[in-house]
Design a protein around this ligand. Structure first.
Ligand code: PMP
Length: 419
């Protein structure tokens, strides 16, 4: 039985058809230790609705062949569906042109592509790269590898105690050696939504390009490439109800055209002789070899699914879950939330006095509750807060208030066991 707060939240969200949405996700019927699954690990990977599963099955059943290489029927169908998926992603992020969307294997792959294709060409010894304390390791390590290779320098934007970027410090980091900015849109560990438009505009005033890691933004808020005007934007399909092994890199056409390819091979060439190779135009220049065709088509189906619900509706529902969960967890004695930014997505990282996060995760799992424990591939944030790890509950639009209540009961149970 939900309490009064929960009922108030549910009433204000009455237009959101939770029952119908949950029915789309067969995996939510899973039982764990005989109890209903409460899946709160969506920042690591979200679940797939039947519509996307069906699309994958239909592709494999009726449409599969290799793309781009033949004139036979199935190859033309598969090529067409693959390119239609690209167009769906283009519309989802409001990119100006379809050729600005490159299929990659995910966020990490996209960032590595930019590091190799842009960084190795345009960043030299003594140049500076600005990153933030909030970055996921995948937007730190590639730039460190580049800095080491080139003798470049990494500068880091600090955060305050709420987990918000210090924008004044960011602006002060720029000088005439600054050549690149890598910026997380939404923190996977804390949920902070960064003021990236302002930060992109500032970098552009200094003629510095910006890569935005949107892995935790695209699943929760509408993102618009033309409005943001960033040079690169990256995310993975598996965090927005799509398959693993596929993601995207948005790049401004003029920037992508100036870049060298990262991987060489079939499908990315215009002509090859042993003396010289000329490359295909974008986006194909960056898509060497047979891509994960089925996964790309599933990615297209996933953004169709999210769009059918509406990103504004998704954000509004998840915000209600966030506020309710924040209020309830803050009221638990001995619990502390890390990351209390004014602008947040529905991610709650918390610690419990005297209890190791790993033990919290293990006991919650016995109640069927899936949360993530650890450093969340964001060790600099853990260092900033002086903790080795946190427990993280991360919500999706298919989570409901009763699942927040289950989490609260689970946390109290953990405290009863350990304290
Ligand atoms: N950046 C952020 C902010 C993330 O949350 C993640 C996934 N945890 C990644 C990058 C890496 O994504 P992937 O593993 O899909 O490449």
């Amino acid at each position: 039985m939900a309490n009064n707060n929960a009922i108030a939240v549910l009433e204000t969200g009455a237009h959101f058809d939770m029952e119908r949405i949950r029915a789309d996700f067969p995996i939510l019927n899973t039982k764990v230790e005989g109890k209903p699954l409460v899946y709160l690990d969506n920042a690591a990977s979200s679940q797939m609705p039947q519509q996307v599963i069906d699309r994958l099955v239909y592709y494999q059943t009726a449409q599969h062949a290799n793309i781009n290489r033949a004139v036979h029927y199935l190859s033309e169908v598969a090529t067409d569906e693959y390119e239609k998926a690209r167009q769906k992603i283009q519309r989802f992020v409001n990119a100006r042109e379809q050729r600005e969307i490159i299929f990659t294997s995910g966020t990490t792959d996209s960032i590595n592509l930019v590091m190799h294709g842009y960084g190795r060409q345009f960043i030299q010894a003594g140049d500076e790269i600005i990153l933030t304390t909030l970055e996921h390791h995948s937007n730190i390590v590639p730039w460190q590898m580049l800095a080491k290779e080139k003798g470049a320098v990494i500068r880091v934007v600090p955060i305050n105690d709420a987990g918000e970027l210090d924008i004044e410090s960011y602006e002060k980091l720029f000088n005439d050696r600054t050549k690149f900015v890598g910026l997380i849109h939404v923190s996977n560990a804390l949920g902070t939504i960064n003021p990236i438009k302002r930060m992109i505009d500032y970098a552009h005033q200094q003629d510095v390009p910006v890569l935005v890691d949107g892995a935790q933004a695209a699943p929760h808020i509408a993102v618009d490439m033309q409005a943001l005007d960033c040079d690169f934007y990256v995310f993975s399909a598996h965090k927005l109800c799509g398959p693993t092994g596929i993601g995207m890199l948005y790049g401004k056409a003029s920037v992508l055209e100036a870049m060298q390819p990262f991987k060489g091979g079939g499908d990315m060439i215009a002509s090859v002789t042993f003396e010289e190779t000329t490359y295909a135009d974008i986006p194909h220049k960056f898509e060497a070899g047979t891509p994960p065709i089925a996964a790309a088509i599933g990615f297209g189906a996933a953004v169709d699914y999210l769009s059918s619900i509406g990103m504004e509706q998704i954000y509004a529902h998840e915000s209600k879950l966030l506020h309710y969960a924040t209020e309830r967890i803050s009221a638990i004695k001995g619990a502390k939330i890390l990351g209390t930014a004014a602008q947040k997505t529905a991610v709650i990282s918390f610690i419990l006095d005297g209890i190791h996060p790993h033990d919290i995760g293990t006991i919650l799992n016995q109640d069927g509750i899936a949360v993530r424990t650890g450093h969340h591939c964001a060790q600099p944030i853990m260092q900033r807060f002086n903790v080795p790890a946190t427990s993280r509950a991360s919500f999706a639009f298919y989570n409901d208030i009763s699942e927040v209540d289950a989490l609260i009961a689970g946390i109290r149970n953990v405290q009863n066991i350990f304290l």
